[in-house]
Design a protein around this ligand. Structure first.
Ligand SMILES: [Ca+2]
Ligand SMILES: [Ca+2]
Length: 81
């Protein structure tokens, strides 16, 4: 019984993390920091691919509002409103 509950919880968590658009600003900032391996303040396509950040990869052109080839937390926040 407990294992079934665990499976349901993990599916629910998985669903939440993959389909929810309701990121908090803290989540976005932390995710960008995590992906920004060269610490230039933004996530390049290469960094997004290395971190398997599918949402950023698929929406890169839309997210990179100022077209400097990196996505910052501010740019994600602006589109997340
Ligand atoms: Ca970077
Ligand atoms: Ca940008």
């Amino acid at each position: 019984m407990k294992s079934i509950l665990k499976i349901i919880i993990s599916i629910a968590l998985c669903w939440l993390t993959t389909t929810s658009n309701a990121f908090t600003n803290d989540d976005i900032v932390n995710r960008v920091k995590e992906l920004d391996t060269n610490k230039d303040g933004g996530v390049s396509m290469t960094e997004a691919e290395a971190g398997n950040a599918l949402r950023i990869i698929h929406n890169f052109d839309k997210l990179d509002v100022n077209k400097d080839n990196k996505v910052t937390a501010e740019e994600i926040e602006a589109l997340n409103k």
